[in-house]
Design a protein. Structure first.
Length: 126
């Protein structure tokens, strides 16, 4: 089902590109270069068939994007890629002499000193 929605999504993207490129240019890209009055300040023009088709394709494209996002979230695993690959994490006692990962500091070492502690802020010598 995901493949069908993905193919529809890609076809919508190609159709949307084609319809946008077929539309008539308003001239003066993004309203630049127009001085004073003119057609850009005359208000909104009537909706053409290509304009309506563009809105319809854009709405369908957004709907398929949201649907694909929901499908991807449902299929995602709660574990990391390394966990799924089955690689050793390094804490199982290496016997080949390879350097193991350093141990994490304890929670007490990560806390800031209390307000009544007057000891200097220097690391402990190990």
């Amino acid at each position: 089902m995901e493949n069908v929605v993905l193919i529809i999504h890609l076809l919508l993207a190609l159709a949307l590109i084609g319809v946008v490129l077929m539309q008539r240019s308003e001239g003066g890209g993004l309203g630049m270069g127009s001085s004073g009055g003119g057609p850009s300040t005359a208000g909104r023009s009537a909706a053409t068939a290509l304009g309506k088709l563009t809105w319809g394709l854009a709405a369908a494209f957004i709907c398929t994007s949201i649907f694909l996002t929901v499908l991807a979230a449902e299929n995602s695993a709660g574990t990391s890629v390394i966990d799924r690959a089955g690689l050793p994490t390094g804490d199982a006692g290496d016997t080949d002499g390879a350097a193991s990962t350093p141990a994490l500091p304890s929670a007490e070492d990560l806390l800031p000193p209390s307000s009544d502690d007057t000891a200097p802020l220097v690391p402990k010598a190990d």
